[in-house]
Write a protein that binds this ligand. Structure first.
Ligand code: UDX
Length: 431
């Protein structure tokens, strides 16, 4: 099929490259001319394992192209995926202005039947609004359909998630649109659920909110474990063995970040409120997460009344491993509080340093080239992101290079007994 993907961000690039790899003709469109120039010269603007390979193979074989010419991209395509950003507004609701702008271009460029598919995460009823907006600019009254096909891919394993999804959700309001998307996804052999557009839109928000709720729930249990002297890892294992609960997303830690969970939670709260339902449960999920991010500071303050001039090593800056994404990363909140308390921060991350440098400018913190450099002379070490390489550090070397021996394991990656034996004072989350 001839496909246009509008928006060459995480979602758009992965979706476009994967559809090209399945044998479709894909054009990725973005109004960021610099980004398109980079992509055309083989530079991938984001870090996503496997994406560079996928882009270069499919570009070489002529199935994947990049352009900033939206009209041309649209008129040559049969299916158009909208994958532009829907960032939060001040009140938490989703800002749909990028989608609106795209919708105008689509309406004005329609030259034959096209299926317009929402890939971006949007509030329920956006499909209806999108149809109306495109229609307004569709002067030649060309036939088109709108569909919702939410993406569930995770950063860091986005390509695997695309190729091997738990399910594909297709929200449509007629059989013709359903058939186009069913054919497109046929090669994946994945379970496909066809629904109406409103339900598909809610499936995406509800899934992310539910997963956020699982994380906040286990973090709340972790706080109880801390007080009771229990081990949250064992508690999560025991809960997860119940099929009705499931093992996934029960890793206690210092909270969730990234651009999806926090933003989608707020957007669902906002749209529910607009529709007349006060979603207090989700407000509490958010409150628990906000507090959880700062638990390393609470632990340090119990040890030292003042954090002034303490040297703190931070290992891991990205919001999770295998990504360079710093958006709403717990590391930002933790470092900002440490700085406001007068601490000195040295930080290391395997791939997010460049993005972190854009946030902490003018020498606000020291960026280290290795995890060992970050820990040198530190009073305390905080594990913020559970990169695999931190699991295999020479912890004795780390301990011997530190001034004091505090280890705050924000992701429960170490065995408390082993690290205490090395001479650390270990503080995990809920154990
Ligand atoms: C998420 C959804 O998983 C994905 O389906 C959706 O399309 C986009 O949002 P992503 O944000 O890439 O994906 O990351 P994910 O792996 O889901 O983790 C989100 C956050 O939750 C991370 O900060 C992670 O550290 C945290 N997390 C996850 C926990 O704290 N505990 C867990 O058990 C799982």
């Amino acid at each position: 099929m001839k496909i246009a993907v509008i928006g060459a961000g995480y979602v758009g690039l992965v979706t476009g490259s994967c559809f090209a790899d399945l044998g479709n003709d894909v054009v990725c469109i973005d109004n960021d001319t610099e980004k398109i120039k980079k992509l055309n010269s083989g530079v991938i603007p984001i870090y996503e394992p496997g994406l560079d390979n996928l882009v270069s193979i499919n570009t070489l074989e002529g199935r994947l192209t990049f352009t900033d010419n939206i009209e041309q991209g649209i008129s040559n395509s049969e299916v158009i995926f909208i994958a532009v950003g829907t960032p939060p507004k001040d009140d938490g609701s989703a800002d749909l202005s990028a989608i609106e702008n795209v919708a105008k271009h689509i309406g004005a460029s329609l030259n034959s039947y096209k299926l317009i598919v929402e890939k971006s995460t949007v509030p329920v009823r956006t499909g209806e609004w999108l149809r109306g907006t495109i229609e307004k600019y569709n002067r030649n009254k060309v036939e088109f359909d709108v569909a919702s096909n939410p993406e569930f891919l995770r950063e860091g394993s986005a390509i695997q998630d695309f190729i091997n999804p738990d399910r594909v959700v297709i929200g449509v309001n007629n059989e013709k649109a359903a058939q186009v998307l069913l054919k497109l996804y046929e090669p994946l052999n994945a379970p496909i659920l066809v629904t109406d557009i409103n339900s598909a839109e809610i499936i995406k928000h509800a899934s992310n909110a539910f997963l956020s709720m699982k994380i906040s729930f286990i973090n709340a249990i972790a706080n109880v474990c801390d007080l009771a002297g229990a081990d949250v890892k064992k508690v999560a294992k025991g809960m997860g063995l119940d099929n009705r609960i499931g093992e996934g997303f029960l890793n206690a830690g210092i909270g969730f970040g990234g651009f999806c969970f926090p933003k989608d939670l707020d957007a669902l709260i906002a749209i529910s409120n607009k529709l007349g339902y006060d979603f207090n449960l989700l407000k509490e999920v958010r409150n628990i997460n906000d507090k959880q991010k700062l638990t390393p500071i609470v632990k340090l303050k119990k040890l030292w009344p003042s954090l002034k001039d303490k040297e703190i090593a931070i290992l891991g800056l990205a919001f999770k491993p295998n990504t360079d994404d710093m958006r709403l990363a717990p590391a930002i909140d933790i470092i900002n509080v440490l700085l406001s308390e007068g601490s000195k921060v040295k930080a290391y991350d395997p791939v997010a340093l460049e993005n972190a440098k854009k946030i902490f400018r003018n020498g606000a913190i020291t960026f280290s080239e290795t995890p060992y450099d970050a820990c040198l002379n530190a009073d305390a070490l905080i594990i913020v992101t559970e990169w695999n390489q931190f699991k295999y550090l020479d912890l004795l070397k780390v301990k011997n290079s530190m001034k004091d021996n505090i280890l705050i394991d924000g992701r429960n990656i170490y065995d408390p007994h082993k690290v205490n034996k090395l001479g650390f004072r270990y503080f995990g989350v809920g154990r």
